[in-house]
Design a protein around this ligand. Structure first.
Ligand SMILES: Cc1cc2nc3c(=O)[nH]c(=O)nc-3n(C[C@H](O)[C@H](O)[C@H](O)COP(=O)(O)O)c2cc1C
Ligand code: SF4
Length: 262
């Protein structure tokens, strides 16, 4: 059965793997056991759902080593009580402590972000993480060159008065990029950055979307060069990262959802 390996003793023939496969790659043989449909191998996007949803662990996938699957804990009542306030309490942090974030923690939030959903599980998001605070500062300076030329007098005035308005004095910035010709690049990068922002918040880190840097990275040769952006890639978003200077004691109000229920 090609890339799927089945333990027939444990297989309940419940058809779950067939139902959850997004690509319709799996079918039942004459006895009801899962097999890869003839000619459908190429449609497998290695999402791992067939293996991950199997309640008896009867299925494995040759291209997805079992050691790379993580246990998936069930949400508990406490999960809602923890996760919702985390999501609501996340703020765009614009004042950072003069203290770098340790490498292991940056790696850890990146490890969450790399697991964010991507269209057809294509996993084409690439990252540039600026770890050296001096390089982050240099990026802000280069970005301001772009902003000056683009004509944003308000930001230029604040910068010239000594206020770091471009990257808000964050010690680090994480930049997400994707192939320039990839249709879902912007969406995949935005989702991955959102995962990273929430993972950062869970560790007490501050973050803020760096829209100005994102625009500069699409337009300013100096910024693109400083980022060492690989050829053929487009930056779709970036996140300032650092330890927040202040704690917010309130969640500010936002508009009611603009929703139509059908
Ligand atoms: C921008 C985007 C578009 C997607 N569109 C579809 C879709 O139209 N149909 C679908 O079944 N899954 C869609 N997905 C889900 C992906 O296929 C899925 O995220 C990927 O296979 C990884 O699986 P996971 O989310 O369980 O990790 C989309 C995901 C993203 C990020
Ligand atoms: S890895 Fe995903 S696409 Fe491939 S067979 Fe399993 S469920 Fe289907």
């Amino acid at each position: 059965m090609s890339f799927l390996c089945l333990d027939k003793v444990n297989c309940r023939r419940d058809g779950i793997c067939m139902e959850v496969c997004p690509a319709g790659v799996i079918t039942a043989d004459a006895e009801g056991y899962p097999v890869v449909k003839d000619g459908a191998e190429a449609f497998c996007n290695k999402c791992g759902h067939c293996v991950a949803a199997c309640a008896t662990g009867a299925l494995s996938h040759e291209r997805l080593p079992m050691i790379d699957f993580l246990p998936n804990r069930k949400p508990r009542p406490e999960t809602v009580a923890e996760v919702e306030p985390l999501m609501l309490g996340r703020r765009s942090v614009r004042a950072y402590k003069d203290k770098p974030v340790e490498h292991a923690l940056l790696e850890r939030i990146l490890d969450v972000a790399r697991r964010a959903p991507t269209a057809v599980n294509s996993q084409q998001v690439g990252w540039i993480v600026v770890e050296d605070p001096a390089k982050t500062r240099r990026l802000a300076e280069l970005g301001m060159e772009w902003l000056r030329a683009a004509g944003h007098p308000r930001y230029v005035e604040l910068w010239d008065k000594g206020r770091e308005v471009f990257l808000r004095g964050a010690p680090h910035v994480a930049v997400a990029h994707a192939p320039a010709d990839y249709t879902w690049g912007a969406a995949d990068c935005a989702i991955a950055l959102t995962y990273m922002e929430l993972a950062a918040a869970a560790h007490g880190l501050g973050a803020c979307w760096a829209g100005l840097l994102t625009r500069a990275a699409m337009a300013h040769a100096g910024v693109i060069e400083a980022l060492e952006l690989p050829q053929g890639r487009t930056v779709h978003g970036a996140l300032m990262l650092g330890w927040p200077k202040y704690r917010y004691s309130l969640v500010p109000p936002r508009n009611a959802a603009n929703v139509a229920w059908l």
